[in-house]
Write a new protein. Structure first.
Length: 585
C-alpha cells in the first residue's frame, strides 16, 4: 500500500509539472518535447486518481528491437515508458552441410541459416549430378554345358547395372558316336568289340602301377610287366614319384606322361587307365570296364606267367576284379591315415588350384577347391566357402589354407571331407570388406560391396554350374577379415546361404532384422578387446540386435580366455561341424 501511495504521489507531481510548464508558455507556440527519461501520456484529466500497474513489454527478436516493461494507469491513458529500447539480438549462424552429387542426383554447396529463427542467410547452390561412369560387362559365350551371358554395362562408381546381362542357354552336346563333336567330351562308352580291345597297340591308353615294397616277387612282376608292355606295344611308361617328394620310398606310379601323379587316385575314378596295385601278397588289377580287365588279365597270365617266366609267386597270390573300388575311395582320408594329420602343405594334394576373373574384368581371384575324390555326379553335395584373414592375402594361392582348414580335416569322422570346399584368396592390400577392423561394426550404406566379395559370389555360382551342388546347403565360414566377409555376404544375400560360422568379425546392427531366419554361429574371444584387433563387442551387439528383432537362430559364442585367434577353437570343434552341416533351407 505504501508503494501504491508513493506511485500515486509521483504521478500527481508529474502532472503538476506539466501543467505549470504549460502555463508558463501560454504566449508561445513550441512543438519541442521536453527531454525526460520517460514518455508520459497526460491527456487524462488531472483529477484522475491514478491506479498504476506494471505492463509486460515485448522481447527483442533477431532483427527487431524489443520494449521493456512499463507502467500504466488502469483508469486513464497515462503511461510511463522508459526511453531505452531492448536492442535486436542478431542472427545465430549455423552451417547447412553440403550434399555431394551422385551419379543420378544433384548435390548442393554448403550454406548458412539462423539457428534461432530459421532464416536462410546464405543460399545453397545446386551441384549437377555426375552421370554414370560406364564400364562394359563382357559377353560370355555358352559352351555345351555352361550358360553364357550377353554383353552389358554397369557404373564403376555406384555399381548400378545399366544394361542387364541376359543368360544364353548352354548349347548341349552334339553326340557323334559317344563323343561331342563340339567339345570332344566322351558321352557314353559302347560295348567294345574285339577290334576295340587292341587299343593298347597305338598307345592311347594309360598303364599305372601302384605298389609297396613288401613282396619282392610282386615288385619284380610290376617292373617286368611295365617292361613287357613297353617293348611289345610301344607304350611309354615313365616312372613318377607318387607324392613328388625325393624321400618317398613306399609308393611309385608308372604311367603315361599325361598322368598327373599328384591326383592319380582321383583320376582313376573317371579315366581309361589300367591300374595294377600290389598290396602285400595280393595283386589288384583295375580297369575301366570288365572287357579290358579280362584282356589285361590274359596278358599277365599267358604272356608273363608261362614256363619261361622267372617269377615265383606265393600260392595265395590272387587276381581280383576291382572295377569300382576307387570310385568309393576318399583320397583325403587316405592321406590323413598315412601322415596321421593334415598340415597346410599336405592340403595342397587335395585342393586343386584355380583362378577366376570377374565378369566385369576388374578383379582376378586365385582360389583352391576341394572335391571329394569319391565325387558322384548323380549325388548333390553341400558347398562351404571359407574366407581367410588379413595375414593370408596375396596371389600365391596357398596361404589361404594356412589357418584352420587343416584342423577341419583333422577332426574325427570329419564331415568336411564329404563336402565341396572353396577357399578364395584376397589380393594383397585389398579387403573382403572395406572398413577398419579395429572399429568392429560398420554401416553397409557407407561401405559398398567390394569387388573381391562380388567375385566370390560368382565363383560359388560357377561351381554350381560345374558340380552337382545342393543349393539348399550353401555355407559360409570366415575368420577375422573373413569374419567381416561372412557377415557382409549374409547381409547382402539374405536368401542365398543355409548357415554360416562368423569368427571374430564385425557387421551392421541395422541389418539385424533381415538375418533373423539365417542360422549363424558367431564366435569371438572376449580377450580380443584387450589387444583391440577386432573388438568382441561388435559380435556381441550384432547377435543381441538379431535377438531383439525376434531371431532365435543366432548363437553368440563369446569365448572366455581367447583373444583374436578363436579359429583354433572353431577348427577343432566337432559340435560346430555337426551343427553347420545339419542346416538346410
Amino acid at each position: 500500500m505504501k508503494i501504491k501511495g508513493l506511485l500515486s504521489c509521483l504521478a500527481l507531481i508529474m502532472l503538476l509539472v506539466v501543467f505549470l510548464t504549460a502555463c508558463n508558455n501560454t504566449d508561445t507556440n513550441s512543438n519541442t518535447e521536453p527531454s525526460t527519461e520517460t514518455n508520459t501520456n497526460t491527456s487524462t484529466s488531472q483529477e484522475c486518481e491514478h491506479e498504476l500497474e506494471l505492463v509486460k513489454g515485448t522481447a527483442p527478436t533477431c532483427t527487431k528491437d524489443g520494449m521493456p516493461d512499463y507502467t500504466a494507469c488502469k483508469k486513464c491513458e497515462l503511461c510511463i515508458i522508459p526511453s531505452i529500447a531492448l536492442p535486436a539480438l542478431g542472427h545465430t549462424k549455423e552451417t547447412i552441410p553440403a550434399v555431394m552429387p551422385t551419379c543420378t542426383e544433384d548435390g548442393k554447396t554448403s550454406g548458412t541459416k539462423c539457428s534461432v529463427c530459421g532464416e536462410i542467410l546464405t543460399e545453397q547452390n545446386t551441384i549437377p549430378s555426375k552421370g554414370h561412369l560406364e564400364q562394359e560387362l563382357k559377353s560370355v559365350e555358352p559352351t555345351c554345358t555352361k550358360d553364357g551371358l550377353t554383353a552389358g554395362k554397369s557404373c564403376i562408381v555406384c555399381k548400378e547395372v545399366l544394361i542387364k546381362q541376359e543368360v544364353i542357354k548352354a548349347q548341349g552336346h552334339n553326340d557323334v558316336n559317344g563323343y561331342c563333336s563340339v567339345c570332344g567330351e566322351g558321352l557314353w562308352a559302347p560295348e567294345p568289340t574285339d577290334e576295340d580291345l587292341t587299343i593298347i597297340k597305338d598307345g592311347s591308353s594309360d598303364f599305372i602301377i601302384v605298389y609297396e615294397y613288401e613282396n619282392k616277387d610282386l615288385e619284380l612282376f610290376a617292373n617286368e610287366l611295365a617292361t613287357h608292355i613297353t617293348t611289345k606295344y610301344g607304350v611309354l611308361l615313365p616312372v613318377y614319384d607318387y607324392y613328388e617328394k625325393p624321400s618317398a620310398t613306399h609308393e611309385i606310379v608308372i604311367g603315361m606322361a599325361s598322368t598327373n601323379s599328384k591326383y592319380v587316385k582321383r583320376k582313376i575314378a573317371t579315366s581309361n587307365d589300367f591300374i595294377f596295385d600290389v598290396c602285400g601278397d595280393d595283386l589288384f588289377i583295375y580297369a575301366p570296364n570288365k572287357y579290358l580287365y579280362s584282356y589285361m588279365l590274359d596278358v599277365a597270365k599267358l604272356e608273363l606267367f608261362n614256363s619261361e617266366s622267372s617269377l615265383t609267386l606265393t600260392a595265395d597270390t590272387c587276381f581280383t576284379y576291382q572295377e569300382s573300388e576307387y570310385k568309393s575311395y576318399n583320397y583325403a582320408e587316405y592321406l590323413k591315415n598315412k601322415y596321421n594329420a593334415f598340415d597346410a602343405n599336405l592340403l595342397l594334394n587335395i585342393f586343386d588350384a584355380e583362378t577366376y576373373e570377374a565378369s566385369d574384368g576388374t578383379t582376378v581371384i586365385p582360389y583352391r577347391i576341394y572335391v571329394p575324390s569319391d565325387y558322384d555326379p548323380s549325388k548333390s553335395y553341400p558347398l562351404l566357402t571359407i574366407l581367410h584373414g588379413a595375414g593370408e592375402r596375396g596371389n600365391d594361392n596357398t596361404s589361404q589354407l594356412k589357418n584352420m582348414v587343416s584342423n577341419l580335416f583333422n577332426q574325427e569322422n570329419s564331415p568336411y571331407m564329404d563336402a565341396i570346399i572353396i577357399c578364395p584368396q584376397c589380393p594383397s592390400n585389398q579387403q573382403w570388406v572395406d572398413t577398419p577392423w579395429g572399429v568392429g561394426n560398420y554401416s553397409i550404406d557407407n561401405v559398398p560391396v567390394s569387388n573381391e566379395l562380388t567375385c566370390v559370389v560368382e565363383i560359388i555360382t560357377s561351381a554350381q554350374c560345374d558340380l552337382n551342388v545342393d543349393t539348399n546347403r550353401l555355407y559360409l565360414m570366415g575368420l577375422s577379415m573373413g569374419g567381416f566377409g561372412v557377415w557382409d555376404l549374409l547381409m547382402r544375400n539374405t536368401s542365398m546361404f543355409a548357415g554360416a560360422v562368423a569368427l571374430c568379425g564385425g557387421a551392421d546392427v541395422s541389418q539385424a532384422p533381415f538375418l533373423t531366419s539365417i542360422p549363424i554361429w558367431a564366435v569371438h574371444g572376449k580377450n580380443d578387446r584387450e589387444n583391440n584387433v577386432v573388438p568382441y563387442t561388435g559380435t556381441e551387439a550384432m547377435c543381441q540386435a538379431i535377438a531383439d528383432a525376434g531371431g532365435t537362430l543366432c548363437i553368440a559364442d563369446l569365448k572366455e580366455g581367447y583373444g583374436h585367434n578363436v579359429w583354433d577353437y572353431a577348427g577343432n570343434s566337432t559340435e560346430i561341424a555337426k551343427w553347420l552341416f545339419e542346416q538346410s533351407k
